[in-house]
Design a protein around this ligand. Structure first.
Ligand code: ADP
Ligand code: MG
Length: 381
């Protein structure tokens, strides 16, 4: 019996367990360049075996934060602890950390094998051990058969995996990856994302990955830290970031969203009712917020959560009506734009389940929209 209960408690991810110790602790870290603040009082805990993604637009401070973890930059204020040790006075080469650079940092005149072995040779390890570790790592990234090739004889994706093998062969406890798949085309990037997850899980090394690509973060991450202008504005599991964005910026940054503006008319413990002029209806959301009466808020609803109807619907709440102004057929789904009477434009996506659609909705059709109360969220900031 005790075995079962132990298993149950350990199956919860570390960040959801109150008593687990973080592997990486970023404690109120800021970085100033002159009077410009690139990273602003960031506090963040990352746990062992996490594949944590720092996600944000260009210039949001992601690389600066990563470089402070590696020791290439010093924090202006705050502390970084790795495995319980304060890194303030530890130089980059003595940290249990490695950074994966873009594949163009490979040595062009060295073979795949020699590129991967390079870091180990500098550690003066025995020849046999180096050979064994290099072979193991090349097998791990599925490049064993290309060990003798030079980088220019590899595809972009293969070069990227050499760079990964080179970073991993030194067995860091923490691997930092700055836009690791940025140079790959979309299809290859998606395949490589799954490779990266497999390798991370097999090795059990903690990864911190920087990306500006929200789909990439959603695919890769155990948790995502969303950055904007030097701040981490939400840290959560991918699904939570998407379904329960904590503010307007996150809602709009991650995926597509419709934001309606309205005034709170009823604020219950577990529901909120909002008067919305844009839809000319009441909107109801199934979670409580704490706010002043008449506070103005945004209601966020994802395009795939809105239903489209040809005929009027009974419900007076969480509904709207308008005219189709645009349709984009995207293969697996179609995107509809509907202009409400208020002028507000709403985006709706519908999966293309059946091929023949003689009854397909088309431009200028008048349509009725509705959605469920637990499909939307209220945003107050
Ligand atoms: P990201 O990786 O999210 O695109 P960075 O961390 O590279 O963003 O940069 C954040 C901000 O800090 C940018 O505005 C950048 O211009 C600035 N910055 C980064 N490094 C330096 C530096 N060494 N000196 C001055 N400003 C810098
Ligand atoms: Mg960057």
């Amino acid at each position: 019996m005790s075995v079962i209960s132990t298993n149950q408690s350990t199956s919860l991810p570390s960040w959801r367990q109150a008593d687990s110790t973080p592997f990486l602790q970023i404690d109120n870290v800021s970085k100033q360049f002159g009077d410009f603040t690139a990273v602003n009082q960031v506090s963040l805990d990352v746990y062992q075996n996490e594949l944590f993604c720092l996600l944000g637009g260009s210039g949001s401070g992601k690389s600066t934060l990563l470089r402070m973890l590696a020791g290439f930059e010093q924090p202006s204020t705050g502390r970084i602890l790795i495995d319980g040790v304060d890194m303030s006075s530890i130089p980059p080469w003595q940290r249990p950390v490695n950074m994966m650079f873009q594949s163009y940092a490979l040595f062009p005149h060295l073979s795949v094998e020699a590129n991967v072995a390079f870091g180990l040779q500098r550690e003066r390890l025995g020849k046999n051990e180096i050979h064994r570790r290099v072979r193991e790592m090349l097998d791990m990234v599925q490049l064993g058969h290309l060990a003798k090739r030079k980088p220019h004889m590899l595809s972009g994706g293969q070069r990227q995996r050499v760079a990964l093998a080179r970073a991993l062969v030194k067995e860091p406890k923490l691997l930092l990856l700055d836009e690791p798949l940025g140079a790959l085309d979309k299809k290859l990037r998606e395949e490589t994302q799954f490779e990266l997850i497999r390798i991370q899980e097999e090795l059990g090394i903690t990864f911190v990955v920087v990306t500006h690509d929200q789909e990439e973060a959603m695919t890769l991450a155990t948790r995502i830290g969303v950055m904007n202008q030097g701040d981490i504005i939400q840290t959560a599991e991918p699904q939570e970031v998407y379904e329960y964005p904590s503010n307007r910026f996150v809602a709009q940054f991650i995926g597509n969203v419709n934001l309606f503006e309205g005034l709170v008319v009823e604020d219950e413990r577990d529901s909120v009712t909002i008067q919305c002029d844009e839809t000319q209806t009441l909107l109801q959301v199934n979670h409580g917020i704490s706010c002043a009466p008449n506070q103005s808020v945004s209601i966020a609803i994802r395009p795939e959560k809105i239903r489209l109807h040809r005929t009027p619907i009974d419900s007076k709440v969480n509904s709207a009506s308008g005219t189709i102004t645009d349709i984009a057929y995207m293969g697996s789904q179609s995107v509809y734009k509907v202009r409400l009477e208020s002028g507000k434009e709403v985006r709706i996506t519908q999966p293309n389940i059946i091929r023949d659609t003689s009854d397909r909705l088309t431009w200028d059709d008048f349509v009725y929209l509705d959605w469920d109360a637990d499909s939307s969220v209220v945003l107050t900031s």
